[in-house]
Design a protein around this ligand. Structure first.
Ligand code: CA
Length: 224
């Protein structure tokens, strides 16, 4: 599960990042609204933790655009402003929840669990393509009841392709899903993850193909 953390207080952001990574979340941290907008609208995130008081604006102003492009993406607003009116404003803008600073890390994890449960309640806890099932709750790929032995990055590539199955996924989106902001991406690394993934899918008997769209990206579809 990949989280976009938008927070300009360095120490606080570090504390959150360490705690989240300990729970095996992948965390990308940005400290400006402009960076947050770009990352949130294009990146493959499962959750956004969004501070309000950022140097270049109110984090809340990002929520309507996020709602428009990705209605299912949970957003938890972090704010020192605990007044009732502010809280209502945050939820009116479409935020899923609100954490008031200072908050206990346990409380943050409880809220994260709560917003993550919602997609499952809506019945989208797994994605299917042919005999391949991607279990979003447990983050695993299964063919005919057998879990595929995939490396972490292969899993991320597959999750991203499965979420947009039947459509072309841009190379940049896949690279963002697989590598953090800070990682140096070799131009051929994504392709080697894809070829290993193809081999493992074939070996497992999955009736899907990962089609290369030359110069653009990749597309996953069930083979007829
Ligand atoms: Ca702040």
């Amino acid at each position: 599960m990949r989280i976009l953390l938008v927070e300009d207080e360095r120490e606080f952001a570090d504390t959150l990042r360490v705690a989240l990574e300990r729970e095996r979340f992948v965390v990308d941290h940005v400290d400006r609204l402009t960076m947050a907008r770009e990352a949130a609208l294009t990146g493959p995130y499962d959750l956004v933790l969004l501070d309000r008081t950022l140097p270049d604006g109110d984090g809340l102003s990002l929520v309507p655009a996020l709602r428009a492009t990705n209605p299912g993406l949970p957003v938890i607003v972090l704010s020192a402003r605990g007044e009732l009116l502010d809280r209502i404003a945050g939820l009116d803008e479409g935020a899923d929840d609100y954490l008031i600073k200072p908050f206990a890390l346990d409380e943050m994890f409880a809220r994260i669990r709560a917003v993550r449960r919602r997609p499952a309640e809506l019945g989208i806890e797994e994605i299917r393509a042919g005999a391949l099932v991607f279990d979003l709750t447990n983050d695993e790929a299964v063919v005919a009841g057998v879990s595929l032995d995939l490396a972490r990055r292969e899993l991320r590539v597959l999750a991203t392709l499965m979420k947009r199955r039947g459509r072309t996924v841009l190379r940049e989106s896949l690279e963002q899903a697989v590598f953090g902001f800070d990682d140096e991406v070799q131009s051929n690394t994504l392709d080697s993850h894809i070829s290993r993934l193809r081999r493992k899918l074939t070996d497992a008997g999955a009736d899907v193909e990962i089609h290369a769209v030359r110069g653009v990206g990749y597309l996953l579809r069930a083979t007829p």
